[in-house]
Design a protein around this ligand. Sequence first.
Ligand SMILES: O=C(CO)COP(=O)(O)O
Length: 141
Amino acid sequence: MNIALIAHDKKKNDIVRFATAYIKTLEEHTLFATGTTGLRIEQETGLQVHRFQSGPFGGDQEIGAMIANNKMDVVLFFRDPLTAQPHEPDIAALIRLCDVYSVPLATNMGTAEVIIKGLERGDLSWRKIVRGEKGEHHELD
Ligand SMILES: O=C(CO)COP(=O)(O)O
């Protein structure tokens, strides 16, 4: 599965802790992230992550483009609801695209945990059917 990991600045420690806790599960999948989140996860967990631009510089939109091209299976987005973001329209667009394409989206750690446990149980294998694939991973073209 292709999994996007994104966290706003005040949630970055949380996503690193989350990635550490679920490292065994996450290392079985292909990971993508916005720039700074991906760097932190790579440096602090050793997981391999495809890094896009930082969120305010287009990273959310790059992940949105993957969703629009049916290439993203799960989005784990640790949002900070208490801090104004300069790229709020990009954030709204990413969340909207998850809904347009029925891509499982967590916007906080509690839901992320439910999704990752579902992933471990195979509850998200329908995504492979949606992608018309049999394999586990979907490489970037
Ligand atoms: O701003 C973000 C998501 O909207 C996250 O971007 P960074 O991971 O580059 O901090």
